[in-house]
Design a protein around this ligand. Structure first.
Ligand SMILES: [Zn+2]
Length: 259
């Protein structure tokens, strides 16, 4: 039986969206941590955190869950006393529907636990000068030996306070993406065998120049699209918390005076 619905806290939702909007060049992926419970005999999922690990290979339009990413997420989940309950990825400039590869990946994960689910963020889609964001939460079902698409309702819930772990993950995001960029650049040096032979041929020099440019562009992108917005976001959470402290202090003083 499929999952009846999924709840995601607004702070986790914000971290997922920041991750999804971090690049329009390739798909991003992460795992979802939380718990499953039964409500009126039906399975319900609560997403409380995410796990983002560095990708070892970057494919433009295809993401799969690697055993390393799964292990990393399980370790993180253990620390937080949460389970790995699902996965999410982005479809930049693509429709939100899961691809056949997505449905197969999902089906494989469902064999580990039938309650496992996926979320897709379709972003960077412009229509009539309006940027559109589409989200789907899904599971797979086997129909005539082909994986089919099952839509699961996704409900975003309010956070009373911004949880520490979500804030930590949000601030860690640029570091993870930076190490991905660095890794790709270093790999490109090894592949072309130009690390020590910069003076060898013109072709090698040009390749090195090109790869350095891509690396620089990647880093600027992280600062521009991630670090700056995250910094502003944390600043606004900080001022919100300061306001809350002032209000609580006033309330405390009032209560003490009325004793
Ligand atoms: Zn996909």
């Amino acid at each position: 039986m499929s999952l009846s619905r999924t709840y995601m806290s607004s702070s986790v939702f914000q971290t997922c969206l920041t991750h999804a909007f971090s690049t329009e060049r390739e798909e991003i992926m992460g795992l979802l941590l939380g718990r499953w419970t039964k409500v009126k005999e039906k399975d319900v999922a609560y997403i409380e955190a995410i796990s983002i690990s560095r990708r070892l290979d970057k494919l433009k339009d295809r993401v799969e869950i690697s055993p390393e990413q799964l292990m990393h997420a399980m370790n993180e989940g253990e620390k937080l006393k949460l389970n790995v309950i699902g996965w999410y990825h982005s479809h930049p400039h693509l429709i939100v529907s899961p691809s056949t590869v997505d449905l197969r990946t999902q089906l494989n994960m469902q064999t580990l636990d039938h309650r496992f689910f996926g979320i897709i963020f379709s972003c960077f889609n412009q229509e009539d000068n309006v940027q559109r964001l589409n989200i789907t939460c899904f599971q797979s079902s086997l129909i005539d030996s082909c994986p089919g698409h099952l839509e699961i309702p996704l409900i975003i819930t309010d956070d009373n306070t911004y949880p520490d772990y979500s804030l930590y993950q949000l601030s860690e995001l640029p570091n993870i993406l930076f190490s991905e960029e660095k890794n790709s650049f270093e790999e490109s040096l090894q592949k072309k065998d130009i690390k020590d032979g910069l003076d060898s041929t013109l072709a090698n020099k040009l390749t090195y120049q090109h790869n350095s440019f891509i690396y620089m562009e990647g880093i600027s992108n992280i600062v521009d699209k991630l670090s700056m917005p995250i910094y502003q976001n944390i600043e606004s959470i900080n001022s919100q918390l300061k306001d809350d402290i002032t209000k609580l202090q006033e309330r405390k003083n009032n209560l003490l005076n009325n004793k």
